[in-house]
Design a protein around this ligand. Structure first.
Ligand SMILES: O=C(O)CCC(=O)C(=O)O
Length: 258
């Protein structure tokens, strides 16, 4: 992957997202293995760990934080993200051109066409070994671009499709390895037509260039050469643009569309 000059420790950004495209998928997705540095990863994990306890929502096997807040009827109450979720991730996302040929024009980034031209919401999911997330779609609350930064450990994300009768095909159509410090961007029909999920297993298996669509883009494919990867706790940040945002002043009068 062509790397632009980047002075952020061991983060390495391509010149544009073109170079990071996962070419064997039916719609646009990008994988950037070195999106943040180890130091940035440590800083973000530390902020997550020291967030006030009520920030955590405990599910049966997994816990999550929602920033700046939960959605209410698919609406977000207008509030900034905390600085540690803005920098470096959002600033870096907005600095990355979609394509090499922008010819001196303003950089068109991945959120250029979204309502707020930037992500305004972050879900933080923590996955202990053996725990995943059921196949699902993210629904109508968001612009159909999801930017996922992985922290702490690798995990395999599965993309699923429905069969002709509408039932979920339990065999993943595609599998994507997400290494720590990587960025995965999924868009378009990958958002609207396909489901995504993570298996509840302690080891990801059958990993190879034939089974993993982003194999050519991995930072360290050698780490998966045995075909197996033992899970450790992995934390993900998913950045999205919530379509409907309400101003605080309209909280009770619900809701001023922006
Ligand atoms: O942790 C991930 O990579 C996936 C998270 C996810 O599926 C979601 O937030 O909807």
């Amino acid at each position: 992957m062509a790397a632009a000059g980047c002075s952020d420790g061991n983060a390495r950004l391509p010149l544009s997202l073109d170079a990071a495209k996962i070419t064997s998928l039916p719609a646009t997705a990008y994988y950037l293995p070195n999106f943040i540095s180890e130091e940035e990863e440590r800083m973000i994990l530390d902020k997550i760990a020291t967030a006030p306890r009520p920030r955590w929502k405990q599910l049966t096997h997994r816990r999550l934080q929602t920033w700046p807040s939960d959605l209410v009827q698919d609406r977000l109450l207008d509030a900034p993200l905390p600085p540690w979720l803005e920098t470096p991730v959002v600033s870096r996302l907005l600095s990355l051109p979609l394509s090499d040929d922008h010819d001196g024009d303003a950089v068109r980034h991945i959120f250029a066409d979204s309502p707020h031209q930037r992500p305004n919401h972050v879900l933080i999911n923590e996955y202990p070994p053996g725990i995943g997330i059921m196949p699902h779609k993210d629904g109508a609350a968001y612009w159909p671009v999801v930017c996922t930064v992985s922290l702490g450990a690798s995990i395999c994300l599965n993309l699923y499709r429905n069969k002709e009768d509408g039932a979920l095909d339990p065999d993943p159509a595609w599998r994507i390895i997400q290494e720590p410090r990587s960025l995965l961007i999924t868009t378009a029909t990958l958002y609207t037509d396909y489901l995504h999920g993570i298996s509840d297993i302690k080891q990801d298996l059958d990993l190879s260039a034939d089974t993993i669509v982003n194999w050519p883009l991995l930072r360290d494919p050698e780490a998966f050469a045995s075909g197996q990867s033992v899970r450790q706790t992995r934390t993900s940040l998913t950045y999205r643009d919530v379509l409907k945002v309400s101003k605080v002043g309209n909280r009770l009068g619900l809701f001023n569309k922006r």
